[in-house]
Design a protein around this ligand. Structure first.
Ligand code: AMP
Ligand code: ZN
Length: 466
């Protein structure tokens, strides 16, 4: 498989640390509100990545964090903004934990509706506090972190190896991009030094606090992913993902602190999905119509149509959402499914050489930095093949293991082999002019919920009620 690596800015052949095994870390949601469909585009890209790796034969261990500690992690953040978890809790008259639990459940419901596989390990930020403290203690002992005059612990970015490698930008370029989260705090040595542990919060009544060797407080945002990744996947990661806004500062800081703590390189491949934009620019939770998956469902869209819409564009290209574009995707999706549905099976005669050839074509396509749009085009090539319907359906069924577009949800390929056997027996009776026995078999087939339609060159099996 070839993937585009943000670290090297190149398309690279993927080679994991351990043969056949992939350790994958994907940054998870901040659970103070519903995910918007832009967030969900990133999780669809990561789902395709995980399933493509599995399709290639890798065993994938995937970890995702749930950010249930309050942070300033929005788009319209300002220094006087409230901590988003606490703000949401106050507004809804719930405890912070109730809010986190409610939106975590809603998030996984969204993933399910989009056929996104739940990561094998999901870990809450608040369940890993001991690990953050352990890492921070090591960073302090190595003199890479320091305590500022206000009591907070910061990471000194001048002690990191190649701090600007991932973003490929220098300090001046990045000044514009940096968030306000820590830049207003006193006592920092460098503008980009980031908080590992805060004892002095600029949020009044910060609700979630823990004891630490430096006093009661709460962890910084970046330390969360480092702690959770190392806790669950060990000292080496193969692939780390997120959307492009994670490159700086989040992933840059994760690399700095993880490698300083471990004393060696941490993760070889970094992948970043581009944004879903609306017609006015980047989609965010804090502006415009709040586009959730449930809103699309209320408007009558099948969530899988949204998945199809995303997969028709490359994950590294910006995608503009509009209802017109979604309607177009819906029409194309329905027409594609119609074409697949019209492939009626009359025999379970799968041509394995064609099947294997087209599985290889799919691997080449999806293995070219997850080219999902070309993988969808390949389905049309399959439909045009001079091959049996069973062969075509079997190929599409394999593709759908990765694309997860419910392409065969009308079941024609799931006709039990017992029905095929009965249909063949009936055909033999007919060939021998034993029409009574042929009719008896046909009744048996009907009792089991199927029927036979005779055609010029044989017969088709159909499922009753479809
Ligand atoms: P959050 O819940 O805000 O932490 O975001 C969850 C994930 O969605 C992160 O990986 C973000 O980088 C990503 N994300 C945020 N906005 C967008 C967008 N408009 N399009 C695609 N991904 C996004
Ligand atoms: Zn993260």
């Amino acid at each position: 498989m070839k993937i585009y690596n943000t670290l090297t800015k190149k398309l690279e052949k993927f080679i994991p640390h351990e043969e056949g095994v992939v350790k994958l870390y994907t940054c998870g949601p901040t659970v103070y509100d519903f995910a918007h469909i832009g967030n969900l585009r990133t999780y669809i890209f990561e789902d395709i990545l995980e399933k493509s790796l599995i399709f290639e034969g890798y065993k994938v261990s995937r970890v995702m964090n749930i950010t249930d500690v309050g942070h300033l992690v929005g788009d319209a953040d300002s220094a006087d903004a409230d901590d988003k978890m606490s703000k949401s809790a106050k507004e809804k008259n719930k405890s912070v934990m109730e809010i986190a639990e409610f939106y975590t459940d809603a998030f996984f419901e969204d993933l399910k509706k989009l056929n996104i596989k739940k990561p094998s390990i999901v870990s809450k930020a608040t369940d890993n506090i001991d690990m953050y403290i352990k890492i921070i203690e090591v960073l302090l002992s190595k003199d890479i972190a320091y305590q500022s005059s206000n009591g907070n612990i910061y990471f000194d970015i001048t002690k990191a190896n190649n701090y600007y490698e991932l973003s490929g930008k220098n300090a001046v370029d990045l000044k514009v991009a940096v968030r306000d989260e820590v830049s207003k705090d006193d006592g920092k040595r460098n503008a980009f030094d980031f908080g590992l542990w805060f004892v002095s919060s600029k949020f009044e009544n910060h609700l979630l606090q823990w004891d630490s060797p430096w006093g009661r407080g709460y962890p910084g945002w970046h330390i969360e992913c480092t702690g959770i990744a190392i806790n669950n996947l060990g000292e080496y990661l193969d692939i780390h993902c997120g959307a492009v806004d994670n490159v700086f500062p989040h992933h840059t800081n994760e690399i700095a602190q993880s490698e300083a703590y471990l004393g060696h390189k941490w993760c070889n491949y970094w992948m970043h999905g581009e944004f879903l934009n609306d017609l006015t620019g980047k989609m965010s939770k804090s502006k415009g119509e709040f586009l959730t998956l449930n809103l699309l469902i209320e408007k009558g869209y099948d969530p899988i149509v949204y998945r199809f819409f995303c997969l028709n564009s490359h994950y590294r290209k910006q995608l503009v959402f509009s209802y017109e574009a979604l309607d177009k995707a819906k029409d194309v999706y329905n027409s594609l499914k119609g074409k697949i549905k019209s492939l009626v099976v009359n025999k379970k005669d799968v041509d394995n050489s064609v099947l294997n050839l087209y599985i290889d074509k799919f691997k080449d396509t999806i293995g070219e930095d997850l080219n999902t749009a070309n993988a969808i085009t390949l389905i049309y090539d399959v439909l045009k093949l001079d091959a049996s319907s069973s062969t075509k359906l079997e190929i599409i069924k394999k593709y759908d293991e990765v694309l997860s577009l419910n392409l065969l949800s009308f079941n024609s390929i799931d006709i039990p082999s017992e029905i095929f056997d009965l249909a063949e027996q009936r055909k033999n009776y007919k060939v021998n002019h034993d029409y009574n026995s042929a009719d008896m078999i046909r009744n048996k087939i009907r009792e089991k919920g199927y029927d036979i339609k005779d055609t010029r060159d044989g017969y088709n099996i159909i499922k009753l009620g479809e």
